[in-house]
Design a protein around this ligand. Sequence first.
Ligand SMILES: CC(C)(COP(=O)(O)OP(=O)(O)OC[C@H]1O[C@@H](n2cnc3c(N)ncnc32)[C@H](O)[C@@H]1OP(=O)(O)O)[C@@H](O)C(=O)NCCC(=O)NCCS
Length: 178
Amino acid sequence: MEHTQLEGNLIIRCETAGTSEWLVIHSINEEAFGRPDEADLVDNLRKEGVILASLVAELEEGIVGHIFFSRMYIETRNQSIAAAALAPIAVLPKHQRQGIGGRLIRHGLDLLRQRGEHIAIILGHPDYYPRFGFSCAKAESLESPFPPKSFMAMELVPGALNGLLGKVKYPAAFGLGR
Ligand SMILES: CC(C)(COP(=O)(O)OP(=O)(O)OC[C@H]1O[C@@H](n2cnc3c(N)ncnc32)[C@H](O)[C@@H]1OP(=O)(O)O)[C@@H](O)C(=O)NCCC(=O)NCCS
């Protein structure tokens, strides 16, 4: 993905592979969530080799936000359909509510579309994610361990979820078992 200059000095770009940026991303997640779980999740998803996209939001002062997408599946009766799990997303507390999270999500979804992904799935706040196209209704026929109110899906290709009935299978790093 090309670097994209947004209004102000915000840049959204793919992460640079390598320990130094991974450490920064780790600390952004830890600070945004106020605990290490999501930061560790990102490290473990990388180790598991299921990364689809990892984008950072960068200002002159450095990286202030991060979003991660990993490979998951919807297991129907006779096939495994590939989907993208959005998790986690983090913006440093002092930069929240300035549209950075929204920009990370939109850029991430655009990138996934460009790469031919069909479906994105999120467990998140029902007031926030519908504005990007996620909906509980779209996830209704997907069996998951999550409360239906917070479990949302989105078609990156129109019709991708039509008639799809199955159980979600997340990467092992999520610790959800089978
Ligand atoms: C969620 C998060 C990434 C959003 O980033 P952001 O840059 O603040 O988001 P934006 O500025 O694009 O959007 C802000 C809007 O989202 C809403 N919003 C953000 N997080 C929300 C949440 N957890 N629940 C409900 N609404 C939320 C805000 O109310 C605001 O809405 P408004 O503009 O209508 O008032 C950021 O708040 C964050 O890092 N939070 C801590 C980590 C976290 O909870 N991650 C999400 C896990 S699902």
